[in-house]
Design a protein around this ligand. Sequence first.
Ligand code: DNO
Length: 356
Amino acid sequence: MQMTMRWFGTGHDSVKLEQIRQVPGLTGVITTLYNTQPGEVWTREAIAAIKAEVEASGLVIAGIESVNIHDAIKTGAPEREKYIDNYITTLTRLGEAGIKLVCYNFMPVFDWTRTDLARKRSDGSTAMAYNQKIVDTIDPNDMSSAIQSNSNGYVMAGWEPERLAHLKELFAMYQDVDEEKLFENLCYFLKRIMPTCDKYGINMAIHPDDPAWSVFGLPRIINTKEKLLHLMRGVDNPHNGVTLCTGSLGTNPKNDIPDIIGSLKGRIHFAHVRNLRYNTPDDFEEAAHLSTDGSMDMYAIIKALYDIGFNGPIRPDHGRAIWGEVGMPGYGLYDRALGATYLNGLWEAVEKSSRK
Ligand code: DNO
């Protein structure tokens, strides 16, 4: 595996490449062109510029998170052809630049959802949290503005104000899209882009729904082992793969993550590894990466990845805000650096004990 950290780009992130470079064992970043909108073609110049900036710091771009998918593709609207062509052009340019991993999601309207970006924990840190009872009563517009105004001045990935200013229209677009239709549209999109992925060796890695169930009545299709395998079979090409996100799949305690990993050999192209704590069936909060701080067995997760021969990029995921750091919620340096170090330690232990 290759240990990496997400970096949003100069001007969009409180963390600097030089700081990331000093985290032991960290060799790459996962980034994006944060100023682009879903559906837009990425320019060769912008790709070359961010690549040069990352490489000048001694790191590499290990993958893109995300090249976002336009809602016309998700809803199967007639304009999807144009947007799929644009996506193919972006993939071609990334492939030409030697970038071979693209993380994306197929969640309607919202990407990940949290009801609290800074819930106080007993150790004085703050972490992001989710409460279903709040989601059941809140207006989606209010949630969107709460996220935007509580993010310490950063634009949270997936909550871009330009797109969410049109929430009403977005919801209307999905009126006739059920889970089956959404799945068909996803397969249609993947089948159209696979020849380009084959040509450049690009691994597409779908990010699971977060949380792993439908919110605000919108369909969601990537949240259990069965659904992941259904998609792997639906477009049976090794470049159609998964971002194994423990914090997303793990929101549903019925998802056995080591078992899911074992069932996806050869199709996990990227791993987001973090822990969370279930408080009640309706409520969870993000924990430190350490197994005993949350509800997941991180050793079993790393061992399962090792056992299937996972060799792609891995990154610590959302961290708590600790030691007074103020950054984008979930994406400060300190707790993610602790997370990377812990995951590296688990990996070394699993690797050495498996060799015997
Ligand atoms: C949240 C992230 C997601 C993820 C996208 C991938 O912090 O895990 O926003 O990047 O779903 O497209």
